[in-house]
Design a protein around this ligand. Structure first.
Ligand SMILES: CC(=O)N[C@H]1[C@@H](OP(=O)(O)OP(=O)(O)OC[C@H]2O[C@@H](n3ccc(=O)[nH]c3=O)[C@H](O)[C@@H]2O)O[C@H](CO)[C@@H](O)[C@@H]1O
Length: 359
């Protein structure tokens, strides 16, 4: 089957695309991906060995602003670029993951009367997928309670190296990879694909307290210049990276992760049973707090509001947590039962059914 997968703009939309593409490619399908010229997909998709076609992004404004005025022209340009890709690749089925290229893909699929599958990553659906769900019956959600027309709960597809982390990487290997000490308690810090200023500056300010407690840190900062350390805070190691390509090894290395609660990050850390402290992004439509709720409710993670995430809180709450193996173990057990590790296979099956029905 020829499958076109549309998802890009943030890693948040690219990660489930890659996980699904791997399963479809294994089943013998031909894959082409649709992305934007300015997102992380430009490197991530070719790295994974898939063909990538670029079309202009169509950001959907949440409230009236300059983007709204430009919307009709943006949409027209992007839909016609997408139709050209369709005419060259001739897909049997189109799959969209929300985000900036999904709306053109949804409209182009309707224009060519192609079967369409919509996958929603977040607990609270975005505007693009609400539109997409009006155009098809094949709609998948990542969380069981997400309210979206025709939605079926598949779970959020996660990459194989992460879903089966134990098979692919050990803690020792993860720590070696990043130049970390093999025996120190280890915190992974990530603000999601673009980093998070509040998390960066708070962790940098707490670095010396963490070092005094013998804790080492691996920090994916998005913008590393926001992590200013004084020299004493670098022993034990405080390793700062812009973007971690081998996030699987970072998960393997860590005892605890401190992070935003983008849908993929939440799902991945729960799948690997990594205890978490979530600091939800306070803007957007509130989806990040909702993404975190199931794992937090099960006891697998703590949730702290952005404004309350201060160096003093890190010193009091995180230091005691990461140096308490029994508490970490309980959280790990609670987190690992929560998510579906076979979401990519479930979504791939939905794609095949939609494609067959369209023949
Ligand atoms: C600001 C914004 O629009 N955020 C949204 C975006 O976030 P964002 O893209 O940051 O969110 P996610 O947590 O969903 O995904 C991040 C992905 O990047 C990967 N990763 C991240 C850092 C790193 O160094 N290496 C790495 O590989 C993670 O493994 C994960 O797969 O998409 C999410 C899913 O639609 C939404 O929930 C977020 O609200």
């Amino acid at each position: 089957m020829r499958v076109l997968l549309a998802g890009g703009g943030t890693a948040g939309h690219t990660s489930p695309l890659l996980a699904t593409a791997a399963v479809l490619a294994d089943a013998g399908d031909d894959i082409v991906c649709l992305g934007t010229p300015r997102g992380l997909e430009v490197t991530l998709i070719p790295q994974a060995g898939h063909a990538l076609e670029l079309v202009p992004p169509v950001p959907l404004p949440r409230r009236p602003n300059a983007d709204l005025v430009k919307l009709p022209a943006n949409l027209r340009r992007s839909v016609s670029a997408t139709l050209e890709v369709f005419d060259r690749f001739r897909p049997d089925v189109v799959v969209g993951f929300g985000g900036y290229v999904s709306v053109p893909a949804y409209l182009a699929a309707r224009r060519r009367k192609l079967p369409l599958v919509v996958h929603e990553g977040n607990a609270l659906p975005g505007i693009a997928n609400k539109l997409g769900a009006r155009l098809t019956r094949h709609v998948a959600t990542s969380f069981p309670d997400t309210e979206l027309r025709h939605g079926t709960y598949t779970g959020l597809p996660i990459r194989r190296q992460i879903a089966d982390l134990d098979r692919y990487a050990s803690r020792a290997e993860g720590r070696r990879h990043f130049g970390l000490d093999p025996d120190r308690p280890t915190i992974l810090v990530t603000g999601g694909s673009q980093g998070a200023r509040r998390i960066n500056t708070t962790m940098a300010a707490a670095a010396r307290d963490l070092a005094d407690a013998g804790i080492q840190v691996l920090h994916a900062a998005g913008r590393p210049e926001e992590v200013e350390l004084d020299s004493r805070a670098d022993d034990p190691p405080y390793v700062v990276e812009q973007y971690i390509d081998r996030i699987d090894l970072a998960y393997a290395a860590a005892d605890l992760v401190v992070c935003r609660s983008g849908a993929n990050t939440v799902t991945e850390v729960a799948a690997v049973g990594l205890p978490a402290v979530f600091v939800p992004l306070p803007i957007g439509n509130g989806e990040q707090a909702l993404n975190a709720h199931p794992v937090v409710g099960a006891g697998g993670a703590l949730l702290i509001e952005d404004g309350a995430f201060t160096p003093a809180w890190v010193d009091s709450a995180i230091v005691s947590l990461v140096t308490s193996p029994e508490r970490l173990e309980r959280m790990s057990q609670a987190a690992s039962g929560i998510v579906r590790r076979d979401a990519a296979e479930r979504l791939a099956q939905m794609v095949h059914e939609a494609g067959e029905a369209g023949r």
